[in-house]
Design a protein around this ligand. Structure first.
Ligand code: ZN
Length: 232
């Protein structure tokens, strides 16, 4: 059956809109209109942005590569891209954005030598409440492009209070002990890409990397997030 024809009919019945500005999408546009895509406040992969990202993450664990797609701050309309995925039961948005980012990174060789993707896990209670893990959808989006395996060997071993009201130190302490690697052998000697929706202080991603290294120090680690928050 002609997939393009079906897509055309579906678009007539359910017009797709830009997740950022709400304008109807034209053929060839996906998730964002071309205008919003051009204005995306991108994190550059070199210079100050990269140093900031790497600094936040590489102080206690050896992180080989770090990538973030766009700057994430409260007043920005682009936070909707994350909020749709996280709070509005539309994780497919995160998957599609991850695909777009992965295609770009792929061209630059970012995934060369990486063996597997590990999403930052949600505790099972939170997973039950939300129904999905948005980071898992980001991992799947990257896998759609790269063909890399998505591993769920990292688990959140106990729940913790929402992090939004906590300061950096509390976040660090709070996130530090909740992640647990269940199958060390699966990451032994392998290059693991840990993915999250947003990097704020970097504490969550670091806690995940530390949890992997605690069990399997031979694992090599890189990280990726869609949003990179400004620190106040
Ligand atoms: Zn738009």
């Amino acid at each position: 059956m002609d997939v393009k024809w079906i897509d055309g009919v579906l678009r007539m019945i359910y017009p797709q809109v830009c997740e950022v500005c709400g304008r109807s999408l034209c053929r060839g546009e996906d998730v964002m209109c071309l205008h919003c895509l051009r204005q995306l406040p991108r994190v550059s992969s070199n210079g100050d942005d990269f140093n900031l990202l790497h600094e936040r993450l590489a102080s206690t664990v050896a992180i080989e590569r770090a990538a973030g797609y766009f700057h994430y701050y409260k007043e920005s309309p682009y936070v909707k891209l994350i909020h749709q995925a996280k709070y509005s039961s539309r994780p497919v948005v995160a998957r599609k954005i991850a695909r777009r980012f992965a295609r770009e990174l792929s061209r630059d060789g970012f995934f060369d030598g990486i063996d597997m993707i590990v999403p930052v896990p949600l505790h099972r209670w939170k997973l039950m409440r939300r129904g999905y893990n948005q980071s898992d959808y980001i991992a799947r989006g990257i896998a759609d492009v790269t063909g890399l395996e998505v591993s769920h060997s990292l688990v959140a071993s106990r729940g913790h209070a929402t992090q939004t009201a906590r300061n950096s130190y509390q976040r660090w302490v709070n996130a530090g002990s909740v992640y647990e690697l269940r199958d060390g052998a699966s990451v032994a000697g392998r290059h693991v890409l840990v993915v999250d929706d947003v990097i704020t202080t970097g504490a969550t991603l670091l806690a995940c990397c530390e949890a992997i290294h605690r069990v399997e120090p031979s694992a090599r680690l890189s990280v990726l997030a869609l949003g990179v928050a400004h620190l106040s």
